[in-house]
Design a protein around this ligand. Sequence first.
Ligand code: HEM
Length: 733
Amino acid sequence: MSQSKNKSKNNKQTAVEPTNGAGLGANNQKLDDLAPNVEDSAGEFLSTNQGIRVNDNQNSLKAGDRGPTLIEDFIFREKMTHFDHERIPERVVHARGTAAHGYFQVYESMAEYTRAHFLQDPSLQTPVFVRFSTVVGSRGSTDLARDVRGFAVKFYTQEGNYDLVGNNIPVFFIQDATKFPDLIHAAKPEPHNEIPQAATAHDTFWDFISLMPESMHMIMWAMSDRAIPRSLRMMEGFGVHTFRFINARGKARFVKFHWKPLLGLHQVVWDEAQKISGKDPDFHRRDLWEAIENGDFPEWELGVQIVEEKDEHSFPFDLLDATKIIPEELVPVRRIGRLTLNRNVENFFAETEQVAFHTGNIVPGIDFTNDPLLQGRLFSYLDTQLLRLGGPNFHEIPINRPVAPVHNNQRDGFMRQTINRGQTSYDPNSLRGGCPFQAGVDFSGFASYAEKIDAQKVRQRSASFFDHFSQATLFYRSQTAAEQNHIVRALTFELGKVETPPIRERMLGLLAQVDTDLANRVATRLGLSVPKKLEKPMNMSVPADADPRKFQPKRNGEELEPSSALRMVDNPNFPLKTIKTRKIAFLVGDGFDEDSVMDMKMALMKAGAVAMTVAPRLGVLTGVGGETLNADFNFLTGASVLFDAVYVPDGAASVAALQAGPEAANFLREAYQHCKTIAAHGAGVQLLENAGLGETVADAGLIAGHDGDARMLAENFIVGIALHRHWEREVML
Ligand code: HEM
């Protein structure tokens, strides 16, 4: 299969084109498992939930045609009662999300490191269900919020379900799970007026953050373009915590998990994100859905950073601290397998909404560490799902049930589906010969890693957790100039929305600990100056009666070298420049030049991009030679922010039609401002000039072709689009 041929064994991505996984994953055991639960009404009679065929679904039963409805109407009552109970609570966090089915395949056996069955055999395809989400917004909020994206993967392995419940940012805001409710209360809409929705740009969030120096590394990531991805298909994923791999001999090693997207890392700009939120709040959901429907199956490689147990204390940070990464320069990421999403859900509620991920769902060969954030998560997920999904039997919901057999003595509860045969529901028993048996380790029985613990029971953080700034500085200094500028802009936006001056000032004090230039740039835009002295004592999350002076932040050791793996632009881990699945707007009116449209369209399609027509009106457009073209959008339905690049084909009448109103010029100016590639051919160049974007502008992303055919122009256009954005246009703050 082409998939295993394309494997990359080293720590760098090979320049493999993403495979089109068509035909792969056909033997998906989870999809077979779901099949009996799939209902299809095609060609069927309407019935009640009891299977009674319904003769009249238009009128309730009444005493006379103008009389009151009768309580006897069991059909009406059943229908209305079900409707009245349709809603379940949304997730307390990560409420907004979208999901798809797929499969995972390891490149080569990882037996040296782990006995996990799904990581042994390169020919084995393990079914997966993956849900992406934002954290803060409600279920109906916009996809383009500035936020962390959840990246939760459920592997339906032969040894039971394994959930890797990660994010698209490799660190977290807090170090100890007990601060999670505080963090989320601060980030969610403020409780008195429930404003703002799906946004952290408000007082309570920054009040909390300004008092939590441990959040500073995460804040750098959250204010970067990582928090506004172009597509869910174009972002990394991370397990965040350090976990353990354990091999068949019982040897344990530390492991961090990464997902590397084969389409590369790409972002939108903040102004664009805000506009997309209005034009198409389902932008990410739609993008994922359409890519899968079109057979452009998104793919990620699973990467691992493995650390020997003896090296646990050899880093200038603590492996158990979820506010720290292991820089890839210190421990390379080895790519060990590939995830492919190749099927959309049948039903959003049944699958995407009812799926329940849990960090505690692990399989033999993988285990936890004492990361205090992970430890708290191990409690939280099952606990919240008991309420969200209405009782202890949600593991029986089709999307949640494993493909591995389930046998135990757990019984009853609301909505129990399983019909447990037999007299016994306890262990030990003799009446059933002791069944179900405990499984020995050789029979895939899970045995927790026997970590040695010898300690006092304390409410305390390890001093090794107190370096809150080194990695924040590392992240900021690892960004390109344009990306640093985006962080400055994001902080200026967010803190600019804060109404309480001391919060802004406290934040400037913390930013100065990260990078003085960053703090000064933000301060200038806020009309403030950076406080000379840091607030002392800084809140270090210590008990009420501790002496705070003993717990001040320390920078551990020398400054870390900038890491190119942390940036999105020119990140050497993503050398492949592809325009696959990118959406290109063709601005066209009646009288377009057919060759100019078709030549460019063919060249883009060959490169895997999607060309769409935006015209002054919907309907059929007629070219100069009489050929026709359907308009996909007019200027009200098709804004420039919904496309990756713009092309204006030749055709004097077409260009005249586009120039009749201001929309086409605005479209081009906005695309230019968002640093997108723009190409124009023949008379189309006139439109660029009219928009103030004449060819005199020396800009690699602005391509004018006066002569020759559009195919020649296309080569440069494709190179420009593959660069994603032309950051040299960035206006520095
Ligand atoms: C102590 C810290 C944390 C707590 C207590 C916590 C708790 C929760 C809860 C209660 C949910 C809703 C689950 C549901 O209703 O099914 C959730 C969802 C989620 N959390 Fe966390 N979380 C924490 C930290 C993290 C971190 C560090 C990550 C990333 C590594 C993360 C990733 C996710 C994801 C991806 C989801 C959405 C799962 C889905 O798609 O259904 N969380 N979390």
